[in-house]
Design a protein around this ligand. Sequence first.
Ligand code: AMP
Ligand code: GLY
Length: 422
Amino acid sequence: MILAVVGGGGREHAIIKKLKENKTIEKIYAIPGNGGIAEDAECVAIGATEIDKVVEFCASHKVDYVVVAPDDPLVLGMTDALKEAGIPSFGPSKAAAIIEGSKVFSKNLMKKYGIPTAEYEVFSDPCEAYKYVESCPIPTVIKADGLALGKGVIIAETRDEAKAAVKTIMEDKKFGKSGDEIVIEEFLTGPEVSVLSFTDGKTVVPMVSSMDHKRALDGDKGLNTGGMGTVAPNPYYTEAVAKECMEKIFLPTMEAMNKEGRTFKGCLYFGLMITPTGPKVIEYNCRFGDPETQVVLPLLDSDLFDIMRAVSEERLSDMDIKWKEESAACVIIASGGYPGSYAKGYPIELPEDRRGIYVAGAELKDGVPVTSGGRVLGVTETADSLEEAVKKAYETAGKVHFKDSHMRHDIGKRALSALGIK
Ligand code: AMP
Ligand code: GLY
């Protein structure tokens, strides 16, 4: 089998390493991949959103199956284009990817089908939005409708901040057309849990739960980032919470998408908040999370490619998906200055054993990996306990060196204190 994985971050590296456990796979192309992924796959210099070129490449290189990992090619309809060319793939259709591509769509879907989420209003006229934030409860949450590289959500602590957010998104168009409409929603409180799931539109199989650490600095301070580390499983996702989520959120979402004629097949990501009145949906993603994937897939004890094909062929209910009874921790090592401006091109020294190293922002310069992005790589370790996994991840992270590197030193701390461990 010849596979292609579209994307070029740590998530894609984790997907590729897991896929390689399947011995029927002879070759994997990474489109575009990166300088670290190049150790595990053949990188192809085509952008992840260049749909025509990706389809043409896969057709001419006899690719049997394509995994489309990032949100933007999915929202643009890459799996539909591959299907038209007769190439099977993993990832939702354009019609289903809208669950992430439009927050207005996903909020309206939840309202229509009674899926628990924050109360909200939708605005397409900035004047109406300004008027609304004059009297709405504060803090409030303002979200651009469309994709915004994970930065289209602003939590406003004051009315002035709320007005500034409306201006930034709707008038200054910081996120382009993604800000033509906005959602203004109720501020929720409670621990956050990420649950990725496999679904073929008939069955939904949640993966092991995880916890992201979005802020740049220790103690959840500093700016929001693409994620500075993850742990799995998430201690707040108890059996009782899992049961409630399945009944009130996961199955109703799958069924709602079917009823809308937008059957979702792929990885459906539920971003949840465990509020005092029960779990609520903060966001849906139409894909594997990054860096959640880097802790979830190492705990998967079944063959990823078999599961993906079962999803594509709507035979997920036949699969017996197993998880290791272990914990995982991933520490992200970033370029100093990220998520603000940072320098690039520093040589990266990696440990000999790279099993748990997932590279996000590196390119090869004369055969040597050098930094090329904000988040440079993630280091994942697994162990019998979360405490041990965190300890091991930091030990391995200590063997990675490049100039001006930055990492948080408290990944897993909140999860451990929830487990009663200091
Ligand atoms: P999103 O990009 O939708 O994941 O939002 C980014 C982050 O903003 C989430 O991980 C939450 O921490 C926070 N957030 C989003 N919506 C709300 C809400 N309604 N109440 C409180 N926090 C929120
Ligand atoms: N870690 C959050 C995301 O992938 O959107």
